[in-house]
Design a protein around this ligand. Structure first.
Ligand code: SF4
Length: 724
């Protein structure tokens, strides 16, 4: 049997490689994970299946590997070794740039030197991270730039706000200089065309006009194709046996032929606990109902193409465009009629005012204009497809006109995604929930927002699916044959069930789960101090005051590195305000400086033997690696429940309640358990670390759900300090 041979060979590669690492310590958990990865991936049946043949075997492992297991080696060695043996490829997807960099710059180069069989690896990035030479040449060349191009320098939103005053000529001039210097750097090979390798990352507004987006690219018909930055990088991907991507790119590239075909490669999803949230973000939609100038601009650009090539389908375009504009305006009017009072009553709140549509049941009056808007957007899209086809054919027939025709293509294509987003969002909004008792028909979350932009009022419509699992099952798992999902936090309160449901793998017979505990001796290395308060954490003002007093007392005893994690910006601000002058010099606040600078300062201070305390929020609760003295004390100011103003979470809780289920137990507690385990995971990073974790939220020890949350945490020695 091939399967056994592949699995044995992959595990042997693992043993050989880790055995050759100088000072290697045998880690039982790591080998157990490697064996599971080898076995799982050996069983997946890859490639085309003959018609009438039985369903191909799928095989998926969900592995929680505690901190210190060394999971990246445990999956990469067997997966790569097996891919080479099976003549296929490995696609590794992560959630963070930090892990991608670690894989591409450290782990994979080291592995390439160790493995007997050579292999190539490449980092896959979205094409929008690369510069489009054609666009850059046009924008950098003052002689050739048209008014139209200059308009592209500004997003419509910005242009509208600035229409009250003349657009500053100096700003335009600076922008032209910016493009010129980029073009020069590219021409002299001082820059490789990757946005991430620019010394100062440009603002999105300056970058987007030169990004190599697919909607504005004619591919092999483009006159700059032969030395296009993006297509050059794509060749590396084609030649690589191992590709490192991220969850966003993985989901947005489904069916786009950028990454290996999922039914014919081995997939590894690291930091897999992020996959469900990424899926929801990916399949949600929004459309602006107020700023509609782009419709006229897109129409005039499309009609101008008619002077270059003949496109029959353009005859009705002006009528579709004007109807689309009218229907969106009508929608904005109706939204304000129905929800205006509620939206305006929140005008003092932080961020846009928002109103969610209960049960996802869109009021009847909105459905008709929405349906008409979707119809005209669709007809408009058909016309754009016809233009695209005609332009490509014309470029092929008249290569000497390629530059002019590709430019026309890019101008139309730059605005086409807005039209697609109108159509997609309208489709999500129009899906109404079941009127009967059929609770299996899951509603979409739907909401409207209102914000002001100078004198302008901006109304937007939003919609999103509420169950990431159903979306992932439909779009991802239907294609995947062999996969490993891993992270240090996949169980909630000790169970895999929540993650499996969220990821769309619940009740999937192809799935095996494995929990590999951390090799750390948590009971000896860590202490969890439950610092209780008199105030109930639900009474925000009283609790925060009492918590901040206790926190400042504890911080005054910090000798080395410490991390304080807050659940909100406001809570962190109040703690910063309460700091004494002496302590202020020891505290580094997340919002005060870039992350890399903050971490460098923290390291420097701790190395000099001084106390250094980082104040951060959710993003600092994940992925920060502060071993040894860099984090001897971790302070959790409050249990990290999800923010209360998430419309998708609200819609989901409402749906669960209407189905007789309990959203708190089913959704809130398990999601908080994963977040809390991530936060607590910052404390012990190596077998030598010793740390104290302080939690000021008494609910962790006083409530039944708190006891469940505790089950999901490392088995630290527990010290209770009741409120005095
Ligand atoms: S091939 Fe596409 S991305 Fe590359 S330069 Fe041409 S238009 Fe731009």
């Amino acid at each position: 049997m091939h399967e056994k041979k592949w699995a044995d060979q992959a595990l042997k590669s693992f043993d050989d490689v880790v055995g050759a690492i100088p000072g290697f310590r045998n880690r039982e958990g790591q080998r157990k994970m490697a064996a599971q990865v080898a076995q799982t991936l050996s069983q997946a049946q890859l490639g085309k299946i003959d018609e009438g043949a039985p369903e191909p075997t799928r095989s998926i492992a969900v592995v929680q590997a505690g901190t210190g297991v060394g999971k990246s080696l445990a999956y990469s060695i067997p997966a790569i070794s097996m891919a080479l043996a099976r003549g296929t490829r490995v696609l590794i997807s992560t959630a963070t740039v930090a892990l991608q960099e670690q894989l591409v710059n450290k782990d994979l180069p080291a592995l390439a030197q160790q493995l007997e069989q050579p292999f190539k690896f490449a980092l896959a990035k979205g094409r929008g991270r690369f510069v489009c030479k054609l666009k850059l040449e046009r924008l950098a060349s003052t002689g050739e730039a048209q008014d139209e191009d200059l308009d592209d320098l500004f997003a419509e939103e910005k242009a509208q706000a600035q229409s009250r005053v003349a657009r500053p000529a100096l700003e335009l001039e600076a922008r032209m200089q910016f493009y010129k210097s980029m073009a020069n750097a590219l021409a002299s090979q001082a820059w490789d065309g990757d946005r991430d390798s620019l010394e100062t990352p440009p603002e999105a507004e300056a970058w987007s006009p030169v990004a190599a987006e697919s909607s504005s690219c004619t591919g092999k018909h483009c006159p700059a194709f032969s030395n296009c930055v993006y297509y050059e990088r794509r060749k590396d991907l084609v030649a690589a046996q191992v590709i490192v991507a991220n969850h966003d790119l993985l989901l947005s590239s489904l069916g786009a032929r950028l990454l290996p075909e999922l039914d014919n490669c081995l997939l590894v999803l690291d930091e897999a606990h992020h996959l469900p949230a990424t899926a929801l973000g990916q399949f949600a939609g929004e459309m602006d109902l107020s700023r509609l100038g782009w419709i006229d601009k897109l129409t005039s650009r499309a009609l101008r193409v008619n002077t270059l090539v003949e496109v029959e389908e353009l005859a009705d375009l002006p009528s579709h465009a004007s109807q689309l504009r009218q229907q969106l305006q009508e929608l904005a009017r109706l939204v304000m009629e129905l929800y205006g009072d509620t939206l305006k009553s929140q005008k003092d709140s932080w961020g846009p005012a928002r109103v969610r549509v209960p049960r996802g049941m869109l009021p009847e009056p909105l459905l008709e204009p929405l349906g008409r808007a979707a119809h005209h957007a669709n007809s408009f899209l058909d016309a754009l497809r016809a233009i695209s086809k005609a332009l490509r054919a014309a470029i092929k027939d008249n290569p000497e006109e390629a530059r002019r025709l590709s430019t026309a293509y890019a101008q139309v294509g730059a605005l086409a995604p807005r039209l697609e987003s109108v159509y997609d969002t309208a489709q999500l909004l129009m899906q109404q929930p079941a009127q009967d008792d059929d609770s299996s028909r899951v509603p979409n979350a739907k909401w409207f927002t209102l914000e002001t932009d100078g004198e302008y009022i901006v109304v937007k419509a939003h919609a999103s699916p509420i169950l990431p699992g159903a979306t992932l099952r439909h779009h991802l798992w239907s294609q995947v044959r062999g996969a490993v999902l891993t992270s240090a936090t996949l169980t909630s309160c000790g169970q895999f069930d929540f993650f499996l449901r969220e990821a769309g793998l619940h009740d999937d017979a192809a799935v095996t789960t494995l929990e590999v505990p951390s090799p750390f001796d948590y009971a000896r290395q860590g202490t969890l101090v439950a610092r209780e308060t008199v105030a109930d954490p639900k009474e925000a003002a009283r609790f925060t005051q009492e918590m901040v007093d206790a926190l400042l007392g504890d911080l005054s005893r910090v000798q080395a590195g410490a991390l304080v994690l807050f659940t909100s910006r406001e809570q962190m601000r109040l703690a910063v305000d309460a700091l004494s002058t002496a302590m202020r010099s020891q505290v580094l606040v997340q919002t005060a400086m870039p992350r890399a600078l903050l971490l460098a300062r923290h390291r420097d201070a701790v190395e000099m033997g001084e106390p250094s305390i980082i104040f951060g929020m959710q993003s600092f609760g994940e992925g920060l690696d502060l071993p040894g003295a860099l984090c001897e004390s971790l302070f959790i100011t409050k249990l990290p429940f999800a923010p209360p103003d998430d419309p998708v979470g609200e819609a989901r809780a409402e749906w669960l309640r209407s189905s007789g289920r309990n959203p708190f137990n089913e959704l809130v507690v398990p999601a908080t358990a994963i977040r809390l385990a991530q936060w607590v995971g910052r404390a012990i990073r190596t077998e030598e670390d010793q740390a104290h974790v302080y939690c000021y939220d008494r609910r962790l020890v006083n409530t039944s759900y708190g006891q469940q949350l505790l089950k999901g945490l490392p088995p630290f020695a527990l010290q209770r300090r009741p409120a005095r």
